[in-house]
Design a protein around this ligand. Structure first.
Ligand code: DPN
Ligand code: CA
Ligand code: ZN
Length: 317
């Protein structure tokens, strides 16, 4: 049968109606993303981040109270993070090194896909000091980077750039693991890293909101996120060069990151804008045995984890 144009339209409408009856939705009705649109970054569930911290605390408790380089609690922490990433579809690599006569480990997780000529990295140190469990320093960064990586998998995110996440060993001995990673990159692979985002202490109990003053585009991305929340930030000054971004920066990689404060005291002006207690350290339990799951400000952890995910999405799309 040869249909007139109007007849074809009727057939098309009838097929659509049958599809609607059969499936309860119109096939193809989901809006396609605009070309070049930035996929919305997810809200990271802070409960998930805290669940990782609970696991890291249990690991410390079961291993002499810490997760330090060369101790059993460090390797158990790494195995915990790796298992989550493997189950989520990451390609994981353990990199082994020696420091102070003990074996150390970095964990690197690649999300398959994206342009491997443009790699966006986010990382954090996974080791604690020997004095305690290291839940703010640096379970907080480690758990937030892990949960962001898991959110990438849950979203089925296909960024333009290639995503890579890193958990560094022996930071507390002088950024040993991250320096080892950077020193062992070929110059070609180093040049492929378009940015490195560092997260070291992001749930401090008397928090400040500090953004590293390094690569301007990365810094702006973080500041934009906090501006959207209506939360003022300051430039990070407590520890310039005191964490794992330093080896990347020294190798010419654009870097940035977030920090909620260590042993510096919160000023009256900072307490006025952020709340909390003036004249008290941002983290009174810094490098001590009381750096447990009780040593976390949930609001700071939540905001910083969400800012982390926002930056990963924005800078990789
Ligand atoms: N690098 C941190 C530590 O692990 O002790 C502390 C720190 C981070 C201090 C960032 C200042 C700035
Ligand atoms: Ca959140
Ligand atoms: Zn530390």
């Amino acid at each position: 049968m040869k249909l007139p144009v109007s007849g074809r339209a009727t057939v098309t409408a009838a097929v659509a109606a049958v599809t609607l009856l059969a499936t309860g939705s119109i096939a193809g009705a989901a809006p396609a993303p605009e070309p070049g649109a930035i996929a919305a970054a997810p809200d990271i569930p802070v409960a998930n981040v805290k669940a990782h911290l609970t696991q890291l605390q249990s690991i410390a408790t079961a291993n002499g109270g810490n997760r330090a380089h060369g101790r059993t609690g460090y390797k158990a922490s790494l195995d915990y993070v790796k298992a989550k990433l493997d189950a989520a579809g990451y390609t994981t690599t353990i990199q082994q090194f020696t420091s102070s006569g003990r074996t150390g480990y970095n964990l690197v997780a690649d999300w398959p896909g994206g342009d491997t000529g443009q790699v966006l990295m986010a990382g954090s140190h996974l080791d604690s000091v020997t004095a305690g469990a290291g839940i703010n320093d640096n379970g907080s960064g480690s758990a937030a980077v892990l949960e962001t990586a898991l959110a990438v998998s849950r979203a089925g995110y296909h960024p333009t750039k290639h995503l890579r996440f890193g958990w560094w060993g022996a930071e507390e001995l002088g950024m040993v693991g991250s320096r080892y990673y950077v020193n062992n990159l070929t110059s070609a692979n180093r040049a492929r890293i378009s940015g490195y985002l560092n997260f070291d202490m992001i749930g401090s109990p008397n928090p400040g909101y500090f953004v590293y003053d390094d690569d301007p585009a990365i810094e702006k991305t973080f500041k934009d996120y906090f501006t959207g929340l209506g939360v003022p930030t300051e430039i990070e000054t407590e520890g310039d060069g005191r964490s794992d971004h330093a080896p990347f920066k020294n190798a010419g990689v654009p870097v940035g990151g977030l920090f909620s404060g260590a042993d510096y005291l919160k000023t009256a002006a900072q307490a006025a804008k952020w709340g909390g207690t003036a004249g008290r350290a941002f983290d009174r339990c810094y490098h001590s045995s009381c750096d447990t799951t009780a040593n976390i400000n949930d609001t700071a952890l939540d905001r910083n984890a969400d800012a982390l995910a926002y930056a990963v999405w924005t800078l990789s799309s």
